[in-house]
Design a protein around this ligand. Structure first.
Ligand code: ZN
Length: 124
């Protein structure tokens, strides 16, 4: 009996380690998707930083392209290069859209979104 109990400890330790890394990963995800665009807006678009922050957060709407995939969410799949609005062709368009002033904020938001999705996949 004692032997069985001691065998279950490594599994419990693994579970709590997984919970801790999950919390850390979710915190990084939320920070990168919501807080970091605010910092970028404040640093690079200071005169309109609140509006710019809103636009950048709104670029998360590109994740609607997940609805066309089966399954909609797969933690072992990198969004970048898979979903239509996360494709390399789309990313090239976002790069071009950095140049016109009126699309710049959205383009920076979209590019940062792609970077965030890649980071999410790297740290999964
Ligand atoms: Zn995405």
């Amino acid at each position: 009996m004692h032997f069985l109990k001691s065998e279950s400890l490594p599994s419990e330790a693994t579970d709590s380690w997984k919970q801790m890394t999950d919390i850390l990963r979710i915190s990084i995800h939320v920070s990168l998707h919501l807080v970091a665009p605010g910092a970028i807006a404040y640093l690079f678009f200071r005169h309109t930083w609140k509006w710019s922050w809103g636009i950048m957060v709104a670029t998360m709407l590109v994740d609607l392209d997940h609805l066309f995939a089966t399954p909609i969410f797969d933690p072992n799949r990198c969004s970048v290069g898979f979903h239509p609005l996360h494709s390399y062709a789309a990313i090239c368009c976002y790069l071009i859209l950095v140049f016109p002033t009126f699309t710049r904020v959205a383009a920076v938001g979209l590019l940062f979104h792609m970077l965030t999705d890649m980071i999410d996949w790297w740290i999964r």
